[in-house]
Design a protein around this ligand. Structure first.
Ligand code: GDP
Ligand code: ZN
Length: 373
């Protein structure tokens, strides 16, 4: 890859002259070769305001290059405060800090490293390490907190929406709510209708057919009878999935039968989060023995309950979108207006009435019953 130079601001708390403090010392101490350090970092004697450091980066990213002969690639499986738990390819785990220079590259320091990130670490004794580089992300699950978008999980390939067909009773609008959230996050949804042993599969065929027609993979499973588990396993294999759904629908049970030691683990993590850290949401990645990762935490489960503003809602219903430009009013909410193409399409059964009701529920904000809180 071509080398690039990138100029980054020094952190404000480093505005004092830096050279005599030896701010390349850290790099040298942690095993960088003299040459790499000198080539990779330069101090310029300029005024405080213009003082910058120059680091080598790869083309197309703002991340520093790393020495692949001494650094290891890995995945961030959990973030605890300033510590990041990184699992390398061979299954070893390292408790890592983030190299200071990475923080100055980021707009939002809290999100410079997130669960799910693919990183390069410099391993240190006692299973510690330093994160030297974060690879570009895709499929980011975020949450707004104090007016800023905070990355909860990076590199999510898909969200598995677990819905119970019974106990608790199936609520179709809840499926639509989760789907809208997946759409909002631009993450591929999979609908997993669980507890299929409690119903007659013929009963739910219309729902399965309907969502399949919308292009969404929809499966019937039972943690009890084993139905659909092979399919679920295949869908999870080699991907990073978020498992989402109300409590009691069978998420832990499903994970537990897919990979025995897992369900227990999930429980432990949830308990820690609920008792110890009420306000912070920590996501944890769990490696699947057959390949792939799953994320399961209470906070993530409720990602469907994030704020959605009413004007956005129509955009999350792929099949409604084409009718919107045909409405009489440019700002048509498709509720009471005349010449509404959406309402006409529902009347003509081009659009599914149940989905339209879900839409109405979402724009009127009457979805609180979806909340577990
Ligand atoms: P979670 O809160 O989503 O993790 O749900 P759990 O896995 O704790 O399951 C909640 C309850 O539903 C437990 O009593 C399970 O035994 C039960 N359950 C889970 N999956 C199934 C299933 O497929 N069929 C039946 N009949 N019960 C299930
Ligand atoms: Zn309309």
């Amino acid at each position: 890859m071509a080398k690039n130079k990138k100029r980054v601001d020094l952190k404000k708390n480093r505005s004092k002259p830096a050279r005599d403090k030896g701010w390349t010392r850290g790099f040298q101490q942690h095993g960088y070769t003299e040459e790499a350090t000198l080539g990779g970092e330069r101090v310029r004697a300029k005024g405080n305001l213009s003082r910058k450091r120059t680091i080598d980066t790869d083309e197309g990213t703002t991340m520093p290059r790393v020495d692949e002969s001494i650094c290891l690639p890995g995945r961030v499986v959990c973030v605890y405060g300033l510590d990041n738990l990184v699992q390398t390819g061979d299954g070893r785990r390292f408790r890592c800090k983030v190299r200071q220079v990475l923080k100055s590259l980021s707009m939002d320091e809290r999100s410079i490293v997130a669960t799910g990130d693919r990183v390069w670490i410099l391993p240190l004794p006692n299973n510690e390490g330093v994160i030297e580089r974060v690879e570009p992300r895709h499929g980011i699950l975020t949450r707004a907190s104090r007016g800023r978008e905070h990355v909860l999980v990076a590199n999510v390939d898909q969200v598995v929406i677990v819905i119970a067909l019974k106990e608790p009773e199936l609520k179709p609008h809840l499926i639509d709510r989760y789907l809208a959230s997946a759409e909002q996050g631009r993450i591929k949804p999979i609908i997993c209708l669980n507890k299929a042993d409690l119903i007659d599969p013929a009963e739910v065929q219309p729902i399965v057919g309907y969502y399949s027609q919308l292009g969404i993979t929809t499966i019937l499973t039972s943690a009890q009878s084993g139905m659909g588990l092979k399919t679920l396993r295949n869908l999870l294999k080699d991907r990073q999935s978020v498992i989402s759904g109300q409590s009691g629908v069978g998420k832990s049970s499903l994970l537990n039968v897919i990979q025995p030691e897992l369900g227990l683990r999930v429980r432990e993590v949830s308990d820690v989060n609920q008792k110890g850290r009420h306000t912070t949401t920590t996501a944890e990645l769990i490696a699947l023995s057959f390949g792939g990762w799953v994320v399961d935490t209470p906070g993530i489960r409720q990602f469907a309950l994030w704020d959605i503003i009413p004007e956005e809602v129509e955009g999350f219903f792929a099949e409604i979108r084409p009718y919107v430009p045909l409405c009489g009013f440019p700002d048509c909410a498709h509720t009471h207006e005349e010449n509404c193409a959406v309402k006409n399409a529902v009347a003509l059964r081009y659009l599914n009435e149940q989905r339209y009701f879900s839409y109405l529920g979402m724009i009127s904000g009457k979805m609180e019953e979806a909340s577990e809180e």
